[in-house]
Design a binder for this molecule. Sequence first.
Ligand SMILES: NC(=O)c1ccc[n+]([C@@H]2O[C@H](COP(=O)([O-])OP(=O)(O)OC[C@H]3O[C@@H](n4cnc5c(N)ncnc54)[C@H](O)[C@@H]3O)[C@@H](O)[C@H]2O)c1
Length: 253
Amino acid sequence: MELSSLHPSLRNRVVFITGGATGIGAALVEQFCLQGAKVAYIDFDSESATKLNQQLRTQLGASPWFRKVDVTDVDALRLSIVNACEELGPIHTLINNVANDDRHSPQDVTMESWRECLAVNLDASFFATQAATSGMKDSGSIINLSSINALLGPENMPGYVAAKSGLIGLTKSLAKDYGDRNIRVNAILPGWVVTERQLDKWLTPEAEQEWSKLVALKERIMPEDVAKLALFLSSDDSKMITGQSITIDAGRT
Ligand SMILES: NC(=O)c1ccc[n+]([C@@H]2O[C@H](COP(=O)([O-])OP(=O)(O)OC[C@H]3O[C@@H](n4cnc5c(N)ncnc54)[C@H](O)[C@@H]3O)[C@@H](O)[C@H]2O)c1
């Protein structure tokens, strides 16, 4: 966990991250703490959040604000945003990171499983944005974690791919809605990022070998690489960038 570049505009900025306990979310929490931002995050995995907070306290002396929330409960999601604002101040940056990329054959999808998939992968980002932007002052940044799967459309992820494609459209549309309040909205489209969950579930050595044949850069994309792009999109260095979908995929697309 080390600081590779400093963004002075991020110091004391309130940053709210959904799904921050593991994977890319945990890297976002760490990287914003390293910049001296006031970090709040939510997740339904409180065990991983406890471990992350212990690690950040030991290594950085940081204590990010955490609440256990299932984002499919929109009232609880909204309340967590209100509570974070009351305790830390108005949110400047919201990172809609939460997701669930479970695979399903289209024929196995039910009305209920479809709704559940969109609730996590799309609805939560919209309602978190609506809640966070209500309290934003002067300027703000919304960062939506989409995926290159929205461009490639792989098999057995119809709901996930629909949601991630939806986030690209939502990014464009909300950038127009919020531009006159100086709130920027951008999307990040990562390629295959090496998280523990990906290694446990899908990123087998064979899959990684296949992936490496398709990319220009042969190194693994790590969660920190994605988090560092989010630092830039939150900072004043990107103050004229909005409505954009930015790919970080080692040259896969
Ligand atoms: N890892 C990749 O290769 C990759 C590639 C492209 C896009 N992305 C996107 O980047 C983002 C982060 O990816 P990741 O791989 O770290 O994701 P992940 O699935 O490993 O982590 C998501 C976090 O969200 C939490 N979460 C899931 N459902 C929740 C719910 N209902 N309520 C509250 N918390 C919940 C999980 O506990 C976890 O901490 C996601 O939006 C993902 O779609 C990831």
